[in-house]
Design a protein around this ligand. Structure first.
Ligand SMILES: [Zn+2]
Length: 298
């Protein structure tokens, strides 16, 4: 298991907000002590070159991140937020690269903040400033690494409890890309109620749906990913469908995240996962369950 992490991702934000530095600080501490054999690497900032950001975002949006004005109530301006968001992008790109280059399909996880899947081409929202998973998906198709085989088809599997509206909007109409999301509806941001053609797939799940039914939707979404036969799977790994998450009304338990990790391993395809949401203090255990099961040798 390779974890991509830059400690500076805990240098902004507030403990009064759900998306707070302790999410990663506590996850780092837990994973380092529980898995001393896992490899940790700091992503290089140069990986998030401007031309890669522009695969998913407008030049005006990239500039706007430098202006000290809040984006919305959930998404304040913080000093250096553009640099923080770019480091999340760099980690995502390196995670994708590693997934493609790793001969033995070593699992790779980007343990960074801010998250990204709500950010659209033109707008920061929902704690997200740049959409690192969309950028990584589009960058992968442009053969951003000489060490990996060419990538034609990329699938994004989004199991965060919120719909990845930004990822969907950016990837809609792109060729050879599949987006599959399972999320609470009704719920923030209120999108993701239907499919848009064969390559934008949504599984809305009602609040308080029994976990067995939620897991059935997750299985169906991963089956769609596998049927697409992607060269690379990128995972928006949010852990806020946890039964005790403070900002959602879902019912998944720790072992369900382990099941998602096992399923991902069983796809036997190059895959990289990126941290999105997850706001309960058990987040380190949920990440551990997912990664531990994914990493387990078959
Ligand atoms: Zn979420």
């Amino acid at each position: 298991m390779l974890i991509l992490h830059d400690p500076r991702c805990a240098d902004y934000g507030s403990s009064l907000r759900p998306e707070q530095p302790a999410r990663v600080l506590r996850s780092v501490a837990h994973l380092r002590s529980a898995h001393p054999d896992w490899t940790w690497r700091e992503p290089g900032e140069a990986s998030a070159a401007e031309d890669l950001l522009l695969l998913a975002h407008t030049p005006a949006h990239v500039k706007r991140l430098l202006e000290p004005r809040d984006f919305d109530a959930d998404t304040p301006y913080f000093p250096e937020i553009a640099a923080h968001a770019r480091r999340s992008v760099a980690a995502a790109i390196e995670a994708a690269r590693h997934a493609l280059a790793s001969a033995d399909r070593e699992p790779v996880f980007s343990l960074m903040r801010p998250p990204g899947h709500h950010a659209t081409a033109t707008q920061a929202m929902g704690f997200c400033y740049l959409n690192q998973i969309a950028i990584a998906a589009l960058a992968a198709q442009r053969n951003f690494t000489a060490t990996a085989a060419p990538v034609r088809k990329v699938a994004v599997w989004d199991f965060d409890a919120h719909h990845g509206n930004g990822t969907e909007a950016i990837l809609m109409g792109q060729s050879q890309v599949l987006f599959a999301s399972v999320h609470q509806y009704p719920g923030y941001p209120g999108t993701g109620t239907q499919d848009h053609g064969p390559h934008i797939r949504n599984w809305p799940v009602a609040p308080h749906t029994p976990r067995v039914d939620h897991m059935a939707s997750l299985r169906a979404s991963l089956d769609a990913v596998v049927s697409f036969a992607p060269d690379l799977i990128l995972v928006s790994a949010g852990f806020d469908a946890y039964a005790r998450d403070p900002i959602t009304s879902m019912t998944l338990e720790t072992e369900d995240f382990a099941t998602l990790g096992r399923w991902l391993r069983e796809t036997r395809r190059p895959a990289a996962a990126l941290l999105e949401g997850g706001y309960h203090r058990d987040l380190p255990l949920l990440i551990d369950a997912f990664l531990g099961a994914w990493n387990k040798s078959a």
